[in-house]
Write a protein that binds this ligand. Sequence first.
Ligand code: ATP
Ligand code: MG
Length: 321
Amino acid sequence: MRVLSGVQPSGSLHIGNYFGAIRQFVALQDEHECYYFLADLHALTTIKDADWMRALVRELAAGYLALGLDPERSVIYRQSDIPEVPELSWYLSTVTSMGLLQRCHSFKDKVARGVLPNHGLFAYPVLMAADILIVRSDLVPVGKDQKQHLEVTRDVVASFHATYGKEVFTLPAPLIQDDVAVVPGIDGEKMSKSYGNTIDIFGPEKPIRKRIMSLVTDSTPVEDPKPKQGSALYRLLKIFAPVEEQSWVESAFSEGGIGYGDMKKRLFEYFLATFGDARTRYDELMADPAEVDRILLAGAQRARETVAPLMDDFRKAVGIR
Ligand code: ATP
Ligand code: MG
């Protein structure tokens, strides 16, 4: 099977990106032919500072590698290094109805959160369809927020095939890990780079600890049992706790006697145990930007080799060639 997915360099990598997506990326490398890209063209919809953009791309590349994406087993590349992607996106946009995009929750949610509703943000699902279809991927590991965009991709495929009477694309399926489909942010909403509610994976320890300590909780007194329903702290503890500590989490909430502050300290310990090694590797990679650039360049070459012959089919289907 061919697997494809990506993350936007629209902010620092957070634990939602890891549990919702990147952990699956790593696991799939053993069994499948994997393409993992840095969605820099997508990130332009929200990042409007060139130096910041360059820095975020470098951070994301180092993050991918530090978390276990392996350039020997996977094709790791920048979206903008494949100019055929925006070309295909244009072909697809001419068979995508406005209504299909107007129904997308992600666009509406971002605008409601104060992100500027530019055309790129609106058309994002079409560019995403191009990302997926251009290598004929079968499987797309994503968080639940991307489920609807996968449905859009499938609708666009149907519309393209109906329009041109030729089956040139593979129908991709989402791969969503149910228990971590939506990792909550410190405010209890979906954790998102653009929502300012993240717990970052990399960077100095102190601000991360501070973020965890500022997780929103209710005012249940220390001695009382704590509600699990709707508690972001409970969800995060369950996601992070190793098997042998799961029952500690359960009893901390149901029996009372342990305050939220102590639970947050425990969460921070789990965080360090989970990401300690990756954080060390990340610092090493950030100190060697030439190596990271080399990996991205090699990945782009491999991706373009896959894309070139397929792109020929797509161009012929629309009559551009
Ligand atoms: P932005 O706010 O700019 O959209 P983001 O934090 O949503 O950023 P993306 O780059 O859009 O991150 O998404 C990368 C991957 O991480 C996608 O597969 C997405 O579904 C997944 N993901 C993002 N946030 C979460 C979350 N809170 N829980 C589970 N998966 C998530
Ligand atoms: Mg997102």
